[in-house]
Design a protein around this ligand. Structure first.
Ligand SMILES: Nc1nc2c(ncn2[C@@H]2O[C@H](COP(=O)(O)OP(=O)(O)OP(=O)(O)O)[C@@H](O)[C@H]2O)c(=O)[nH]1
Length: 442
């Protein structure tokens, strides 16, 4: 649905900052975002804005400097790492004679490129239209047409910009109705999963940390992973089998620092996967020099979406990129380190790409979720053929004996599977039989 520009645009980046020196991490992250949208970064400028200019955000001297740098580097797009009002955006475009896109516009563009599911596409289109609606005012210069640019205009942009507000409003309403329907379906699916009583685990983490790669490694699914930001836009949900039973694993959207509020709202149903999880697997790029900052930024977003209190297991991924690093499992430390309050959290160090350390993660997950195995003997009446077949399918049958009363089965299986199969599919009476003979958890 969303086409990438054939030829990458050349962008000049502006990093506004107040007081003190500019934050290098923020500048680098913004450059990553720009590249992720398909732009070539020609130049970066910082601009001190202690007292933001209401018309153009940056002062007139800086504006001249930006214009000169843009001319010298042949930049055809200006990206500003700060929210711009529609008026500021317009004034800057006029002064710089180039298209200007703010941070939210850039992130929306990336989301538009990466949306995979029907719901994800609807969510992005709605967020883009809302962002755009405020900019549809008289005097729009349509610079993008003359210059053939595309960042910030992909998705619905090309056609909707030329329509009037009434049409835009109609489309917004239509999208809202469709989304409501999809959200109802998603909620029903989630409820069904809750009823299945399986523990729910959600992968969260800074964008590009390796969530999709880990999801694929754990599920064997061939979901899309790319060395670009936001490869994951739509959560993929799968059941995975652990030694002590099954859990439901959800992949979620990659987080960035200061996720624009429009996007948090647009992705509320997607983010609900994280909010409603029993445990979060917080995936971290262990080789990222800014990894501690990233952890704090993800924690801040989790806090914002109401998932701040959900227990986490930290997964330090990409150990193959750290010399001498080996897969390992650090149990949570009891002593509370005040300088690093999060230092006490449980961690697993692994490489999702090389599938190194996955066993440690599976065991840690099982232990953390209290997954246990049960074993014992159970007698099945002759009519319980389906249950017997199901138990065989699960590999739960160690031995069996058949006589005129039916089957006597010697079983070993996950407690959750036992409870689920027996209680839900075949009626309560069989449950005590199985659990009576249960051995101590392994
Ligand atoms: N060296 C190395 N690279 C990895 C590892 N895991 C993932 N990657 C790479 O990191 C990049 C990002 O991986 P993804 O799985 O798409 O990351 P993500 O967290 O899902 O990204 P978003 O969707 O942007 O949030 C890809 O190029 C992966 O191949 C790893 O263990 N080692």
């Amino acid at each position: 649905m969303f086409e990438r520009s054939k030829k990458g645009e050349t962008a000049l980046l502006i990093q506004p900052h107040a007081g003190g020196p500019p934050d290098d991490g923020a500048v680098e992250e913004f450059a990553d975002l720009a590249r992720s949208a398909g732009a070539t970064v020609a130049h970066m400028l910082t601009a001190r804005v202690d007292r933001p200019n209401p018309a153009t955000l940056i002062g007139s001297g800086k504006l001249e400097e930006v214009k000169a740098a843009a001319d010298a580097t042949g930049a055809d797009l200006i990206l500003v790492n700060h929210p711009l009002s529609p008026g500021q955006e317009r004034n800057l475009e006029k002064a710089l004679e180039r298209r200007v896109v703010d941070r939210t516009g850039l992130i929306l563009d990336i989301f538009a490129q990466r949306a995979r599911s029907h719901e994800g596409k609807l969510q992005v289109e709605l967020a883009q239209l809302r962002h755009m609606a405020t900019r549809l005012v008289r005097g729009w210069t349509h610079l993008e047409r003359q210059r053939g640019g595309s960042i910030g205009l992909r998705g619905p942009g090309e056609t909707q910009l030329e329509t009037d507000r009434r049409l835009l409003q109609k489309r917004v309403e239509q999208l809202q109705r469709r989304l409501e329907k999809v959200e109802v379906q998603r909620t029903q699916m989630r409820r069904a999963r809750v009823r299945s009583e399986l523990p729910r685990v959600a992968l969260v983490g800074y964008t590009n940390a390796g969530k999709s790669t880990l999801f694929n490694a754990l599920t064997g699914a061939d979901a899309y992973a790319a060395d670009l930001l936001f490869a994951t836009l739509d959560p993929t949900v799968r059941r995975i089998a652990l030694p002590g039973g099954s859990v439901v694993l959800a992949d979620t959207v990659g987080f960035v620092r200061d996720l624009p509020h429009e996007l948090v709202a647009a992705f509320r149903s997607t983010l609900a996967e994280a909010r409603e999880a029993d445990l979060l697997l917080h995936v971290i790029d262990a080789a990222d020099p800014l990894r501690d900052e990233r952890i704090a930024q993800v924690d801040a977003v989790l806090e914002e979406i109401g998932a701040g209190e959900i227990p986490q297991l930290l997964v330090y991924n990409k150990i193959d990129r750290i010399e001498g690093a080996q897969a390992r499992h650090d149990l949570p430390t009891d002593g509370h380190d005040h300088a690093h309050p999060k230092a006490a959290r449980e961690r697993v160090w692994l490489s999702a790409r090389d599938r190194d350390g996955l066993g440690l993660l599976r065991d840690a997950l099982g232990a953390r979720l209290g997954l246990r195995r049960v074993s014992g003997e159970v007698q099945l009446p002759p009519g319980a053929g389906r249950l017997r077949a199901r138990l065989h399918e699960l590999g739960a049958v160690l031995a069996e004996h058949h006589d005129e009363h039916g089957w006597t089965l010697s079983l070993d299986l996950a407690e959750a599977d036992a409870a689920r199969i027996v209680a839900h599919a075949y009626g309560e009476p069989l449950r005590p039989l199985l659990l009576e003979g249960a051995s101590a958890p392994t």
